[in-house]
Write a protein of this length. Sequence first.
Length: 90
Amino acid sequence: MLRPAGTVAKVSVDGELWETIDLAAVAAPYEKTVETPWGWNTIRVSPGAIQVIDADCPNHDCVKQGAISDGAIPIVCLPHRLVIEIERDE
């Protein structure tokens, strides 16, 4: 089955894939916490979008970025080495 373009979120920590989430398959929003050796980030997964809603990093740039729903710009938390990007289907 083909998914709509830009619906797979890849969550990585320190360059290693932590989880792949099919945003098109999400029926209702949910939250999960990504714990790393450098700190934690709480992400909200919604149908078609993903965002960081809380973190214990000092500047909260990852939280301020808001939700992403396409592959244009990833969410990055440098202190925690967290990257969330949406896979773009070519």
